[in-house]
Design a protein around this ligand. Structure first.
Ligand code: SF4
Length: 215
């Protein structure tokens, strides 16, 4: 096993003990439809903000049929406080229409079925597949996974998340893809923060080539 594969394996092992309570997602949801809509809304927006607006959205539009018939102006008002409401209101209304018309109102369980929905990137699809259906189709590379994976030098990619995902898929066995994203997400939020990572307290600092280089 090469060095990066061994380090990646040990990172997952140690972080599993460090964050046994790491949640699968920080987005509140009660079913696959809600998780899909919340994930579309969360693109470039803090999960905390999305969690403030989704209860009202799901009360008014509890399923694909209801949202398919929504007026975009009404959705805009419900999304407004989290920004990018013009695009996202159309994305979720049109996605709901496709779910209703082509999938009997259900969220598809495949990457191909998901990425044809407006506003659904590969990352969005990975989140839904892994959190809702337990399907390891890829690795969710969000801002935390991108930053921490760079610091761990498991990818050299600086911006391209699809290429970073490919690098990570090469060093991690498929059955650890979901765990890696879940645990690195917790690590990025709690220890390896963007501005001031706590390298001294970090449980994986001996596995990190850039430990102590972040001020
Ligand atoms: S040692 Fe520092 S930079 Fe490396 S993973 Fe830990 S907190 Fe992040």
């Amino acid at each position: 096993m090469d060095d990066n594969k061994m380090r990646a394996k040990n990172v997952v092992k140690i972080l599993g003990k460090t964050y046994p309570d790491a949640p699968a997602t920080y987005l509140m949801h009660g079913n696959p439809f809600e998780m899909l809509i919340a994930t579309i809304l969360s693109a470039n927006t803090a999960d905390a903000c999305i969690n403030q607006i989704t209860p009202a959205i799901f009360t008014k539009y509890p399923d694909a049929k209801a949202m398919a018939n929504a007026e975009v102006e009404d959705l805009i008002e419900l999304i407004r406080q989290c920004g990018t409401y013009n695009k996202k209101s159309v994305y979720i209304r049109d996605s709901a229409r496709i779910l209703y018309e082509r999938h009997s109102g259900k969220v598809p369980k495949t990457m191909d079925g998901l990425i044809e929905l407006p506003g659904v990137s590969r990352k969005t699809a990975n989140v839904v597949l892994s959190v809702v259906f337990g399907v390891n189709e890829g690795i969710v590379v969000d801002t935390h996974v991108m930053r921490v994976s760079q610091r761990l030098e498991l990818t050299k990619e600086k911006k391209n998340r699809t290429r970073a995902e490919k690098d990570l898929m090469e060093v991690l066995p498929r059955n650890q893809w979901y765990e890696y994203a879940r645990l690195i997400g917790a690590h990025g939020r709690r220890t390896c923060s963007a501005r001031r990572p706590s390298c001294k307290e970090c449980s994986i600092n001996e596995l990190c080539p850039t430990a102590g280089q972040w001020g």
